[in-house]
Write a protein that binds this ligand. Structure first.
Ligand SMILES: [Zn+2]
Length: 241
C-alpha cells in the first residue's frame, strides 16, 4: 500500500478511538442531563401544585365571605318576618330565606370539598418534596461520580491525543489538512477503502479506470462523489469457525 495511505489510515484509527472516547464522555454527560431534567420536572410539579393550592385557598376565602354575607341576609330576613302583615309578604320572605339558606349550604359544601382537595394536594406536595430531596442528593453523588468517570476517560483521551500528534507529524501538511477537513465534513471518515469498485465512504461506484489504478496499490485518489481519499486494500476472508 502507498506509504501515505498507511500513515493516514493509522491516523484515522487513532481518530476513531478518540471519537469513541468522546462519545463515551457524551454518554456520561447525557445520562446526567436526563436526571437533571427529571429533577427540574419534579420542581415544576411542586410549584404547580403549590399554585393550585393558593388558588383554591383564594376561592375558599371568597366563598367564606359570601357565606357570612348570606347569613347576615338570612338573619335580616328572619327579623323582618316579625313585621310583615300579609300572608303573601310572608311567603315571599320565607322563599327568600329558604333560597339564601340553600345558597349557604351549597357554598359550605364547596368549602368542604376545597378543603379536602387542598389536603390531598398538600400530601402530594409533601411526597414530591421528599422525592425531590432524595433525588437531589442522588444527583449530587452521581454528578461527582460522572465527574470522576469523565476525568478517567479524559486521561485515556490525552494519551490518544499524544499518539495522534506524533502520527500527524508523519504526514505532509497538505494531505493532513485535506484529511482533517474531510473528517470534519464527512462524518469522521476522511480516508476510505474501495471494495469491488465501490467507495466505502459514500457507497458509490468509482470509474473502472480509477479502480484499476487503485488496485495496483501505489496511488491514492479522491472519490469523485464524496471527495474522500480512497485506497484499496482487499478484505481478508474471515473463516467461519
Ligand atoms: Zn465516496
Amino acid at each position: 500500500m502507498n506509504e501515505e495511505i498507511v500513515q493516514l489510515t493509522l491516523l484515522q484509527s487513532i481518530d476513531h478511538v478518540i471519537d469513541t472516547i468522546d462519545s463515551e464522555i457524551q454518554k456520561e454527560q447525557d445520562a446526567l442531563d436526563v436526571k437533571s431534567a427529571e429533577l427540574a420536572d419534579r420542581e415544576s410539579t411542586i410549584s404547580t401544585l403549590t399554585e393550585k393550592i393558593e388558588n383554591l385557598e383564594k376561592e375558599r376565602r371568597t366563598l367564606e365571605v359570601e357565606v357570612a354575607d348570606e347569613m347576615v341576609h338570612v338573619k335580616d330576613r328572619q327579623s323582618k318576618m316579625m313585621q310583615v302583615q300579609t300572608g303573601r309578604e310572608q311567603t315571599a320572605l320565607l322563599k327568600e330565606i329558604e333560597d339564601a339558606k340553600k345558597g349557604v349550604k351549597e357554598k359550605e359544601e364547596k368549602v368542604v370539598a376545597i378543603m379536602e382537595e387542598v389536603e390531598q394536594l398538600t400530601a402530594e406536595i409533601e411526597e414530591n418534596k421528599n422525592l425531590f430531596k432524595g433525588e437531589t442528593e442522588l444527583l449530587v453523588e452521581e454528578t461527582e461520580a460522572v465527574k470522576k468517570a469523565i476525568a478517567a476517560i479524559n486521561k485515556k483521551k490525552k494519551a490518544q491525543e499524544k499518539k495522534r500528534v506524533a502520527q500527524a507529524k508523519k504526514l505532509k501538511a497538505r494531505l493532513l489538512k485535506k484529511y482533517d477537513t474531510l473528517r470534519a465534513h464527512r462524518n469522521g471518515l476522511g480516508v476510505v477503502n474501495v471494495l469491488d469498485g465501490v467507495c466505502q465512504g459514500c457507497f458509490m461506484a468509482i470509474p473502472p479506470q480509477q479502480y484499476n489504478l487503485l488496485l495496483r496499490g501505489d496511488e491514492h485518489f479522491d472519490c469523485p462523489t464524496c471527495q474522500r481519499i480512497m485506497y484499496h486494500e482487499p478484505v481478508e476472508e474471515v473463516e467461519e469457525v
